[in-house]
Design a protein around this ligand. Sequence first.
Ligand SMILES: [Fe+2]
Length: 400
Amino acid sequence: MAIATEVTQSSKGAIGERLAEARRRTLELIEPLDDEQLNRVYSPLLSPLAWDLGHIANFEELWLVQTIGEREPLHGELGRLYDAIENPRRTRGELPILRDAELRAYLADVRERALEVLDEVDVDPDSPDPLLRDGFVYEMLIAHEQQHNETMLQLLQLVDGYQLPGTSGALGDAGHLSPGQMPVQLDRHFEYPPVREMPRVPEVVHVPGDEYEVGAPERGFAYDNERPRHLVELAPFEIDRTPATNAAYLAYMEETGAEPPLYWEPDGAGRWVLTSMGRREPVDPSRPVLRVSWHEADAFARWAGKRLPTEFEWEAARPHLDGVGQAWEWTSSDFVAYPGFEPFPYREYSEVFFGDEHKVLRGASWATHPNVARPSFRNWDLPQRRQIFAGVRLARDADA
Ligand SMILES: [Fe+2]
């Protein structure tokens, strides 16, 4: 029994430390901002940061304090304002959400209560409660905050003069720092992936036709939409080892007159600059192209004589792929349920988004926490979305 208790205590300590690590990054991202900037609506496509912060705390209160700890909410019906489905992004700036000192106090109060509850619960990995089995609910909370950090970075691109903590880059966009301009990492900061140069003409990986296992294994943390793990039959295909570069996209734009990616502007001298965080930097040809919609990625792939991979091709080829963690990669797949799907822990996480409206993205971008980037992780978004850090990796059918 003594050993079991020690194991429980050390895993609780690890959970507490990881919750704290996620929160440190959230607070670090907003550290350079004042309350007015947190409340400002920069784009109808993105929530004001104050909404994201309140939503992060409210999600924690809902699951760790109310559901697991069986306590009453701190602010009555407040949770309704932070329901992502009830409140579309364009409306969030007008909601009577918590702001300024009240918002900061709410984040801290919820965390204090969540840690009290953590102290009380039994975090046995084999718990009969599916929310506590393998620490599911805590893993969900940590991943949720980390995923919102990326959404916050989508908005931070629009904040003039913003400097990404922990980097010395002029843009603060780790995906667009010039070669040689490596981010300086200080100990307390989140580590962004190193700047990578990609070949203009990627190496091609040949993947034989076969049955492949896809999806998350039964145990360990994953979202409901990644399960059940199952076999898929794939015809032979080829896929680029690295994501498409800005150079390749520039060639496509020049030949077809296609629109540039979001936030690119002509510099007046025949070149393109990326405008982000109020600064202008020449587009680096060796970096993966970012901020293109699914429609743009699809058109680019066809121009190149190729196509987008399906999400299962992507997953089967994952062990051979380089450059994952630089850009989300659009796939040709609709976001649909795997055979035998069961919603957990709530329908609104995945099930209400299934259908032909959303396309699956695989991989991870420079702004994604590595904890989120499992090979089976499925991101999804509308095909017209451009403000996410999404690019493309090209594939094509192969002869057997
Ligand atoms: Fe959320």
